[in-house]
Design a protein around this ligand. Sequence first.
Ligand code: AMP
Ligand code: GLY
Length: 423
Amino acid sequence: MHTILLLGSGGREHAFAVRLSKSKHCSALYIAPGNAGTAACGQNVSLNPLDFDAVFDFVQSKQVTLVVVGPEEPLVKGIQDYLSSRGVLVVGPSQAGAMLEGSKAWAKEFMMRHGIPTATYREFTAANLDEGLNYIASHPLPIVLKADGLAAGKGVVICDERVTAQSELRDMLGGKFGHASDKVVVESFLKGIEFSVFAITDGKNYKILPEAKDYKRIGEQDTGLNTGGMGAVSPVPFVGEEMWRKVEERVIAPTVAGLQKERIDYRGFLFFGLIAVDGEPYVIEYNCRMGDPETEVVLLRLKNDLVKLCEACAMGRLGRTVIKTDSRSAATVMLVSGGYPGEYQKGKEINGLDKVKDSIVLHAGTREESGRVLSNGGRVLAVTSFGKDLSAALKKSYKNIRKIDFEGMYYRRDIGKDVIGNL
Ligand code: AMP
Ligand code: GLY
């Protein structure tokens, strides 16, 4: 039995909360800070996940036995080290492990050390800006610039012209993303199909979870600005057996072996952002946590008891775990606030949630006020459905979306279309 504290407040955390709270091994679930959706799965507590002392005080006062960390920031700042050293069981990597996401340059060096396929690159700081400008001057186009540190998903810029890439490099090294761009990775552009693979690892053993594809751009047909993610589907039909074999052999296994070899404590989820180029997988990015909105489909397809799985991970006993996956397909469509990912308004009343049938509405950015559910972020709700195939799952989500509304609500109508053809 576990008393669990789940850190985070998005759709990913609502999906975790649903699955954790349904386990017979969960005696109590607290979510910090949570949202209007997670409040139905446990008790929301107004704690800042970055205030480690406050988190530890809470853990002690409620005798929490397992902490599950949703977002990357507390991990990159070392919450696992802080809590583990005080005897708390945590799902989430140590600060050293979280470097896979916390520093793009570190992740690239890690991949080089372990022969993991990724785009060729160089890293630059203000001290060798001129070298960087020269590197760009003779580099094929497009060219990709990445701020080294966490930049809330905005730190990647793809340039079609060398002069824009050069001025972007100057801006980034000049502090465009604060200290996150003190160092910049400049890499080759890879052309192919992107997909995401997730694993849970205890640092020695790993288990592969269902794969997913997310839709990052705000506009249909993948146009416009990047967002946190506008929808996701699982499975991804184009990831065939041959690709799976290559992903496991060339990416997943050497990553976990590399962490072990470097004696890095990694007990948590690993997210591989991949791109298939002419049938060969390359790593675009690592994340030290689950994806959002991918979790809203991946965790729902996972049939294992999530508390047992998390416990095995945190205790270093994943070896005997067998992952069981729902054979049905799952799709999620994100409903966002008008204006997102630019400026948007919060506090809009959401209507129609009670009319939804046969879909699961996961809350991404909501809060409750005197019995009403209000929008409280750019991404507001993730409408997830199962179906015998992706087309059936998407139909259910879109049907239910028509019953929900809040002022300014926007969503993409083409989630999954590229993988299933026209609905
Ligand atoms: P990231 O923040 O690392 O997830 O990057 C954001 C997006 O930029 C990715 O999802 C890709 O679509 C794109 N991207 C990043 N690196 C590359 C690359 N080397 N080649 C092509 N696209 C890339
Ligand atoms: N959906 C992409 C991410 O969570 O980073």
